[in-house]
Design a protein around this ligand. Structure first.
Ligand code: UGA
Length: 430
């Protein structure tokens, strides 16, 4: 936390960029943030935060003097040697990662032996090597290149920055930039994986693909539990105590959402296919997840002859709590399928309603959780926001027309729900 900390540039001020910027500013670095989005930079310069992430606004305010925002690369290049790239790499129509934003940054960089591009954006394995080739061809071969993938989770991003399980730094060069990046992370005391660029890139993709596989696996176990009378919560507890497996990411539910898992599973699968290898397991991971998002439908149709005209309250829309991110949210599939069946869907989310409306303008959103529950034949817990877990189930039973409660996250106290006279069903609780 001294003035001697290395200054950095951060190109791209989305989740990863902002958290990286604020995290390093908190550790004492001057941070030069760059984004092509003028409106966003203006907002940030005024101290406003364009995304919802717990603690982020406070930390931006606290580090206001060390954080500099601009739409031009010049200030960052003048002020810092290490330029972290954290622009989006969304999926293309073909399912590969769209690298156009990354390549625009590469193109915009000046030739320099004093600077390094530090890749935080998730890119297919082999991207670093291609970028280095492009830099050489453009007469900018002296620029150093480091891969430093990010593992933060939305909703707990700042804690993840401060307490990473590991820091991965990959380089194929003479090492000055990788040394400097490693030094920046040193105060966090995390295990450091120094490796080559391709392996660093693959560590990121393999980590997300493995986590997605773990979720699809427990979801299939949950589905079998329903057929056999076992309880997936008990099963996950017993399985997770095996240290080779571990207890995390064994929560069965209505499928994983978010911008990363589906994108990275697909990117890894296509990367393998483009290299001549058919990654069979990942096809199943994706398919299981898509079916899992629809599983609530079959639970509802078991109870109602037809869904047409039934009023269904959705509790939560965001892909997980503590975020307003709607990308890949299971609620999108659920709401669309229910509406297609003719059900009247009314949803409530404490934070994500505005984002949800951008994607589903026709969705009927209530202003309060009570509004989503009132008169409902069934309610479905979609996102496990704390306020839903604390509901007064006796009052819910009075407010509903019907009595069906589907817990899509196994997060409610099933006994308390049933004690209020409601018909409770979780996922995999046979
Ligand atoms: C994920 C990874 O966890 C991060 O390490 C990674 O950095 C990030 O993607 C990324 O590549 O940017 P994130 O998508 O923010 O993070 O959120 P997660 O907490 O991983 O949750 C993803 C989805 O899986 C959520 O819909 C969540 O509800 C679901 N999930 C998670 C389950 O259904 N079961 C679980 O046991 C855990």
């Amino acid at each position: 936390m001294t003035a001697a900390r290395e200054p950095i540039g951060v190109i791209g001020t989305g989740y990863v960029g902002l958290v990286t910027a604020v995290g390093f500013a908190e550790l004492g670095s001057e941070v030069y943030c760059v984004d092509i989005d003028h409106a966003k930079i203006e907002l940030l310069s005024r101290g406003e935060v364009p995304i919802y992430e717990p603690g982020l606004a406070e930390l931006i305010a606290r580090n206001g003097e060390r954080l500099h925002f601009s739409t031009s690369l010049d200030e960052a290049v003048a002020g810092a040697r290490l330029l972290f790239v954290s622009v989006g790499t969304p999926p293309t129509y073909a399912g590969d990662a769209d690298l156009s934003a990354v390549l625009a940054v590469v193109e915009a960089m000046p030739a320099s032996a004093e600077h390094a591009l530090v890749m935080k954006s998730t890119v297919p394995c082999g991207t670093g090597r291609s970028i280095v080739r492009m830099l050489v061809e453009a007469g900018k071969g002296d620029l150093a290149y480091v891969s430093c993938p990010e593992f933060l989770k939305e909703g707990s991003a700042l804690a993840d920055f401060t307490h990473p399980d590991r820091v991965v730094v990959g380089d194929d060069g003479d090492g000055w930039a990788a040394d400097a990046v490693s030094e920046l992370y040193a105060p966090l005391g995390a295990p450091l994986v120094r490796t080559d660029v391709a392996s660093a890139e693959m560590i990121k993709l393999a980590s997300n693909a493995f986590l997605a596989t773990k979720i699809s696996f427990i979801n299939e176990i949950a589905n079998v539990c329903e057929e056999t009378g076992a309880n997936v919560l008990e099963v996950a507890r017993g399985v997770g105590l095996d240290q080779r497996i571990g207890p995390k990411f064994l929560s069965a539910g209505i499928g994983y959402g978010g911008s990363c898992f589906s994108k990275d599973v697909s990117a890894l699968k296509l990367l393998a296919a483009n290299s001549g290898y058919h990654f069979q397991l990942l096809s199943a991971v994706t398919e299981v997840n898509e079916l899992q998002k629809r599983r609530v439908l079959s639970k509802l149709t078991k109870r109602f002859d037809a869904l047409a005209g039934r009023r269904i309250g959705l509790l939560g829309l965001a892909f997980k709590p503590n975020t307003d991110d709607m990308r890949g949210a299971s609620s999108l599939v659920l709401a669309a399928r229910l509406s297609a069946e003719g059900a009247q869907v009314r949803a409530f989310d404490p934070i994500a309603t505005d984002e949800a409306r951008k994607i589903m303008p026709e969705l009927d959103c209530a202003d309060s959780v009570e509004g989503a529950i009132a008169g409902a034949d069934a309610i479905v817990l979609v996102t496990e926001w704390p306020q839903f877990l604390a509901l007064d189930w006796a009052a819910v039973a009075v407010a509903m027309s019907g009595n069906v409660v589907i817990d899509g996250r196994n997060a409610l106290d099933g006994r308390a729900v049933a004690a209020a006279g409601l018909d409770y069903e979780g996922i995999g609780i046979g």
